[in-house]
Design a protein around this ligand. Structure first.
Ligand code: BDR
Ligand code: CA
Length: 310
């Protein structure tokens, strides 16, 4: 199994990504590092534990990390995820402990103690924890096997400003560090995640699963959907973050290009834009595999089958 760390700000779609990882023998989840994003840190660290307990995995280690971006005030997304970050179903407060160690220290320690090239990072929130770890301990950078992240947008442009996607916009300085680190990088931008839509039939398939997890995921997506339906007139909600985990399990569901992607940190107008050289019009070297398409039916078949295992 491929060893992974999920760095996250749950969020309904983050929750589904965590559940997919917990259900899948292809990945070994070493820990969950939380970051401020969709909601403040205290809530993301609580939500990650709610999700682990829902999955019957209270032994999973959950860490709290950076409570604000490197150089800016925190921007949150309650307008999408609700006040708790996990609106849609009332689940009990977690009883499993939050680890004492800071997310950044956990990431650094794990990369130093595991064999070099054997740990993959899956950031599905703002990149603050990952960039802070890289800055504080540059020796970990060549030890990272790969980073598979959700963030950015190109043809689908923005969801928080006209040109920026939320995760990159919240901490563009962090994103610049991560995209410039020279680590093998696979990016799930809105271009692909907006094709992973929760249609009625797909949500009802979750709801029909035996056990508690499927119906809980259906309740979350019911809540999460209303935003995209109103805003984009789309059929359902994009399951952004689970694309990263699905890629690790079944990469042939996805296709993209190895291209140069730079992060805008200066312009007020286009702050946090992922300037993706999809048509290779510059000579700038490729630094990311930018995913553009997925087999949506295959993705939902995988997700439904795996959630049914929990
Ligand atoms: C990203 O922002 C968050 O609201 C979601 O959880 C996802 O990680 C989509 O832009
Ligand atoms: Ca997220």
């Amino acid at each position: 199994a491929r060893k992974i760390i999920i760095d996250t700000d749950p969020g309904q779609d983050d929750a589904v990504a965590i559940l997919l990882a917990l259900a899948s023998p292809e990945v070994e989840l070493l820990g969950i590092s939380c970051v401020a994003g969709n909601v403040p840190l205290a809530l993301t660290a609580k939500n990650a534990r709610i999700v682990c307990e829902l999955a019957g995995r209270p032994e999973m280690r959950v860490f709290a990390g950076c409570d604000r971006p490197i150089a800016r005030p925190l921007v949150t997304a309650e307008h999408v995820h609700g006040k708790t970050g996990l609106d849609g179903i009332d689940l009990p407060d977690p009883t499993m402990p939050l680890q004492d160690q800071h997310s950044v220290d956990f990431i650094i320690e794990t990369l130093r103690t595991e064999d070099a090239g054997t740990v993959t990072l899956c950031p599905i929130g703002p990149l603050t924890n990952i960039a802070t770890a890289m800055e504080r301990a540059p020796d970990i950078i060549p030890r990272i096997q790969e980073i598979v992240l959700m963030g950015g947008a190109y043809f689908e442009v923005g969801n928080i400003t006209p040109t920026a996607e939320f995760n990159i916009y919240v901490d563009p300085e962090a994103a610049k560090i991560v995209f410039g680190a020279g680590v093998p990088l696979t990016v799930m931008p809105l271009d692909v995640t907006h094709k992973a839509l929760t249609t009625r039939a797909r949500v009802e398939a979750f709801r029909a699963l035996p056990g508690r997890v499927g119906p809980a995921v259906a309740s979350w997506t019911d809540f999460f959907e209303r935003y995209d339906k109103e805003k984009y007139g789309s059929e359902g909600a994009p399951l952004h973050d689970p694309c990263t985990i699905a890629y690790l399990i079944q990469p042939d569901l996805f296709s993209g290009r190895h291209i140069n992607v730079e992060i805008e940190t200066g312009s007020e107008l286009t702050l946090g834009m992922t300037v993706a050289d999809w048509w290779r019009v510059t000579k700038r070297p490729a630094n990311a595999q930018f995913i553009g398409d997925l087999d949506a039916d295959g993705f939902f078949a995988l997700l439904t089958e795996r959630l049914g295992r929990l």
